[in-house]
Unconditional design. Structure first.
Ligand code: WT7
Length: 633
C-alpha cells in the first residue's frame, strides 16, 4: 500500500509505556541497548550463549566475502535439539509446547516431552525413507501440529524443509516444488476453513503429476476427509503408518552453523519466485533474541501468532522462536471471522493468551464489525500486542490499542521480510510509540533511508530503505541463483542491503514504511509479484497480453487490477470474467485477490518492450504520469 505521507507526517501522537510494562521488561533501557548493539560481534555472541552447542564457534562474523556473510563460524549446533530436547531436562518437560485449536473447537495440547517423542519418531521414519542431511523435504499442510513436527524432524536429520503455503494453488505449488527438487512431500487430507474442508490432497495430486523429483508422498489424516487414491498411489503412504513402531529417540545431527536450514519462496519483481535460503545458527540467535526482547517473553507466557506457518512469520515466530525460548505457542486453524468475528477474542479469553501477534489487514477486517466483539470477552490476560506484514494505518493502530489492548498493551509494529528472517525495525515494550511507525532499528541493526546513490536523504523525505550492517538471521542467498541474490539486493546501492521498500525517517529517527519500491503487491500482507499474476492471466486461452497493478483497498491493503488484451474472437463479458478469476485462482490460489479486470487495446511499454505499470497506475489514480520519455507510443 502506498501511503498518504501527509497524514503520516502529521501523526503526532506518542504513547509512552506504563510502569508495569517497564517493570516486566527484559530490556529496560532502549537507548542503552541500542548502544550495546553497536559492538555487533559482542552483542550477538552474548545472545548465542543461551543455546547448547556441540562445538562453539571460532568467530562470530566473517565478512571477508561480502555479501556472503557467515555467522558463528565453525560452530556446531542442532536447532531441534535446542527447541525441544533441551527442555525435557528442565522443569519445562511437561509444559505445553503446542496448543492447537481449530474452528470446530477441537483442541490438542502437546507437552515438550510429547513433542520430543513425536519428532523423534517422525525423524526415524523420514530416515527410513532415505532422507539424509542436505536432502529437501516439502510440506503442503494446514496449520496443524504435524507441520511443526515435520519441520522439527527435518532439523533433527539436517534435511532442508521447504513449506508451500496451503493457500497457494497448483501452478504456484508446482513451480516451488520443482525449483527445490524435493524428494518427499508431506501433505494432508484437508484443512478446515469456514465450516468446510478444503481438499489439499486433491490439489497436491494434481501438482504431483508435474513434480518428478518426489519419491514419496506422506499423507496426514487430519480432517477425516475420505482420501481418493491418486494416479500416484504407489508413492503414497499415511503418516500414521510411517511412524508405526518407530523409536522415540533420535540422535540429532550436529549441523554446521552455516548449514542450510530451510528454503522459503517469496515473490519478487520477475515471474519466478525467489527461493530464500536460511541457515542454522545465526537464524536461531536472531529469531529468539528479537522475540524475547520485543515481546518480553517470560516463563508463564501464552504466545499466539496468527500467521500461517507457510509464511516467514509462521516459520520464525510461530514455531522456531517460541520453542527455542521454551514458550507455549498457540496454533489456530481457522479464519478470524468464523463462526463469528469474536472467535479470536473468545480464544484469547478462554486460554489466557498473554502476547498476541497479527497483521494489519486482519485488524482492519475485524474493525469493520465495530467495537462490539472484542468487548464481549475478557481480554485482560493480554500484555503486549504486535503487527506485521504491511504498514499499519493509525486508525487501525488506535482501534487495536483501545479495543484489544484496552490502552494498556504496547503495540510492537515489527518491520522485516522473508529475506531478513527476523525483525529488523521494531520498538521494544519500553519504547515511546507512534501509531503507524515501526520506530527504530533493533539493537545490533543499523537502518537508513537513502537516495539512489546511497546518500542519506534529509529527514522527512522519502527514499529507499536500506540495512547497513549484517544481522545473524539474514538469508544467505537465493537458492541456485547467486546472481539474482546480488542483483536484487546488493548491487544498486553498494555496501548495503536494499530492502525493496520506500520509507521516511522523522526527527526522532523513527521509520515510517511506505510500501514496496518494486513490482511486488501486498495483498492482505501477502507478497505477490505482478509478473506472476500476469503470467497466470496469459496462460488462459482468451488472453493475449496482461498487465496488473495494485489498487488500494481499505481492508486488504491492495487488490489486483488487471488490464488485458484479449485474443481475437473474445470479449470481456461476465462469463469470461468469472472464468478468468477461476483460472487465476487455480494457478495462484486465493492469495491473488482480483479487484477489477479491464479490457484494453494496447499496453504502455518501454521501447525495449517492458510494461510500464507506473503509467497504468498513474492513469488509474488520475495522477500525473511523470517522465514518459522511454515510453514507446
Ligand atoms: C514486506 C516483506 C516479514 C513478515 C511478513 C511479510 C512489508 C512487513 C511491515 C511493517 C510496514 C511491512 C514490507 C516488506 N512489511 N512488515 N511492520 N510495516 N511494512 O514478509 O512477505 O517477505 O514481505 O512486507 O513491504 O518489504 P514478506
Amino acid at each position: 500500500m502506498v501511503r498518504d505521507t501527509d497524514v503520516l507526517l502529521h501523526e503526532r501522537r506518542i504513547f509512552e509505556p506504563d510502569e508495569e510494562t517497564i517493570q516486566n521488561a527484559n530490556v529496560k533501557d532502549w537507548e542503552a541497548e541500542i548502544e550495546k548493539g553497536k559492538d555487533l560481534e559482542k552483542y550477538w555472541a552474548e545472545k548465542a550463549q543461551q543455546f547448547e552447542w556441540f562445538q562453539k564457534w571460532d568467530k562470530v562474523l566473517d565478512d571477508s566475502n561480502k555479501p556472503f556473510y557467515k555467522w558463528f563460524v565453525n560452530g556446531k549446533i542442532n536447532l531441534a535439539y535446542n527447541a525441544v530436547d533441551r527442555w525435557i531436562h528442565t522443569e519445562k518437560r511437561n509444559q505445553i509446547a503446542i496448543l492447537y485449536v481449530n474452528e470446530r473447537g477441537d483442541e490438542r495440547k502437546i507437552t515438550y516431552y510429547e513433542l520430543y517423542r513425536e519428532v523423534n519418531k517422525f525423524a526415524n521414519a523420514l530416515k527410513n525413507l532415505g532422507v539424509k542431511k542436505g536432502d529437501k523435504v516439502s510440506m503442503y499442510l494446514p496449520m496443524c501440529p504435524h507441520l511443526m513436527v515435520s519441520i522439527l524432524a527435518c532439523n533433527k536429520i539436517g534435511a532442508i524443509h521447504s513449506v508451500v503455503y496451503s493457500g497457494l494453488s497448483v501452478g504456484a505449488f508446482v513451480e516451488r516444488m520443482n525449483d527445490a527438487r524435493a524428494k518427499i512431500l508431506i501433505t494432508a487430507d484437508g484443512t478446515f476453513r469456514r465450516g468446510k474442508i478444503i481438499d489439499l490432497k486433491k490439489i497436491s495430486d494434481e501438482a504431483m503429476l508435474q513434480c518428478p523429483t518426489i519419491e514419496t508422498v506422506i499423507v496426514v489424516k487430519h480432517t477425516g476427509n475420505p482420501i481418493k487414491t491418486s494416479e500416484l498411489s504407489g508413492k503414497e503412504i499415511f503418516y500414521d503408518r510411517v511412524i508405526e513402531g518407530e523409536p522415540a529417540e533420535f540422535e540429532p545431527e550436529p549441523m554446521d552453523s552455516e548449514d542450510p536450514l530451510f528454503l522459503l519462496y517469496t515473490s519478487g519483481s520477475t515471474g519466478k519466485p525467489k527461493g530464500v535460503l536460511h541457515t542454522t545458527a545465526g537464524y536461531m540467535v536472531g529469531v529468539s533474541t528479537t522475540m524475547k526482547d520485543i515481546f518480553d517473553i517470560q516463563d508463564n507466557d501464552l504466545w499466539w501468532c496468527t500467521a500461517d506457518i507457510g509464511w516467514i512469520t509462521g516459520h520464525s515466530y510461530l514455531i522456531y522462536a517460541p520453542l527455542l525460548l521454551g514458550t507455549t505457542t498457540l496454533v489456530y486453524e481457522g479464519a478470524p471471522d468464523y463462526p463469528d468475528p469474536g472467535i479470536w477474542w473468545q480464544i484469547v479469553e478462554k486460554y489466557g493468551v498473554t502476547k498476541f501477534y497479527t497483521a494489519p489487514t486482519a485488524i482492519r477486517h475485524l474493525m469493520r464489525y465495530g467495537d462490539k466483539y472484542p468487548n464481549i470477552y475478557n481480554l485482560s490476560s493480554l500484555k503486549i500486542l504486535g503487527t506485521v506484514g504491511e504498514p499499519i494505518n493509525p486508525e487501525a493502530w488506535i482501534w487495536y490499542h483501545k479495543n484489544v489492548g484496552k490502552e494498556k498493551c504496547p503495540i510492537m509494529d515489527t518491520w522485516w521480510q522473508t529475506e531478513t528472517g527476523m525483525h529488523l525495525i521494531s520498538p521494544l515494550p519500553v519504547s515511546p510509540l507512534k501509531p503507524g511507525s515501526a520506530t527504530r532499528a533493533f539493537p545490533g541493526v543499523e537502518a537508513d533511508v537513502v537516495d539512489e546513490e546511497g546518500n542519506p536523504v534529509p529527514l522527512g523525505k522519502g527514499g529507499f530503505l536500506v540495512i547497513k550492517t549484517p544481522w545473524p538471521a539474514m538469508f544467505r542467498t537465493l537458492y541456485k541463483d547467486e546472481e539474482r541474490f546480488i542483483e536484487a539486493y546488493w548491487k544498486d546501492i553498494p555496501g548495503v542491503y536494499k530492502a525493496g521498500d520506500m520509507a521516511r525517517k522523522d526527527e526522532d529517527g523513527y521509520f515510517w514504511i511506505q510500501g514496496r519500491s518494486d513490482d511486488v503487491l501486498k495483498i492482505a500482507g501477502h507478497r505477490i509479484g505482478t509478473a506472476e499474476v500476469e503470467s497466470a492471466f496469459v496462460s488462459h486461452p482468451a488472453v493475449a497480453e496482461a498487465a496488473v497493478i495494485g489498487k488500494d483497498d481499505p481492508i486488504k491493503g491492495q487488490v489486483i487490477k488487471a488490464f488485458l488484451i484479449l485474443k481475437e474472437g473474445y470479449h470481456l463479458n461476465t462469463d469470461l470474467i468469472e472464468d478468468l478469476k477461476r483460472h487465476v485462482r487455480h494457478e495462484l490460489g486465493p492469495v491473488a485477490v482480483l479487484g477489477e479486470i479491464e479490457e484494453v487495446q494496447s499496453l504502455p511499454k518501454t521501447r525495449s518492450g517492458k510494461i510500464m505499470r507506473r503509467v497504468l497506475r498513474a492513469r488509474e489514480l488520475g495522477e500525473d504520469v511523470g517522465d514518459t520519455s522511454t515510453l514507446e507510443e
